[in-house]
Design a protein around this ligand. Sequence first.
Ligand code: UTP
Length: 298
Amino acid sequence: MTKQSKVTKAVFPVAGLGTRFLPATKSVPKELLPLVDRPLIQYAIEEARAAGIKEFIFVTARGKSALEDYLDHAPHLSATLQNGNKTNLLAELERIRMPSGAVAYARQDEPRGLGHAVWCARHLIGNNPFAVILPDDVIAGPTPCLQQMVEAHGECGGNLVAAMEVAPEMVGSYGILDAMPGQGRLSAVKGMIEKPSPDSAPSNLAVVGRYILDPAVLDQLSKQTIGAGGEIQLTDAIAAEIGRSGVHGYRFKGQRYDCGSKAGYLRATVAFALERPDLRDDFQACLASIAKPQVAAV
Ligand code: UTP
């Protein structure tokens, strides 16, 4: 087994414009949209913490300052909750509080794509393997996806991407893998293509928003190669490392919700509300009443 450095840094690219959620995202960052009462970014942070991440690097942009406020300690709010004896809420704020110095920010000055966003964090990333988490991909399951991947990365090293099968007509929305038949959940990757047309896609095994990357990917990104959609694609930089630092796909165990799309976000909202003991019964009754054919009003 190859000896791997521990993965302790995660990059959260949150500089995208979130156009699919306009007009809401005109002033509210997509990553702060809540699933019930927790913003998407909170799920991503908790997944990273569970995987042993200690340094959290957010790549932000103009209009995203609400995210920085969200990640900051709010003493006035804590004091108000304390005075009002709202101990549960106070405990929740303490639970999610980020340790001092654990959060760093890099700025993406222009929305030039996911690859460019990751590259903007290069000086903060340094020379060890690092994780990338896209907060709009929410993955639920008994073992957090990134934790599964950190364990798998200990076996394969190099670059590791989260993979799942998607409907053949959806391949044009994803990076698609050409993978060797694998043992268990890991497969060596021999090709990768961003947003292929259905007839040129090598498979329907898609990359979703969790990565563990070798710093060599940052050197590939430095070439600033423009890819699909006129953007600097992370997929292309990882693909360039096939045969060098190496690339594996990992079929994670868990349910993934595409919260970057309206339908996926609504599905996640319903699923997460139904998981909540304090909401489940009322919400189930509410859904049943909505689903019932309505009697026409007179
Ligand atoms: P998306 O492709 O979902 O783009 O980005 P988006 O801008 O967030 O949303 P739409 O498509 O306009 O609705 C995937 C991830 O990459 C980040 C986004 O913030 C998101 O986490 N990203 C994308 C950047 O940080 N910078 C970019 O230039 C593009």
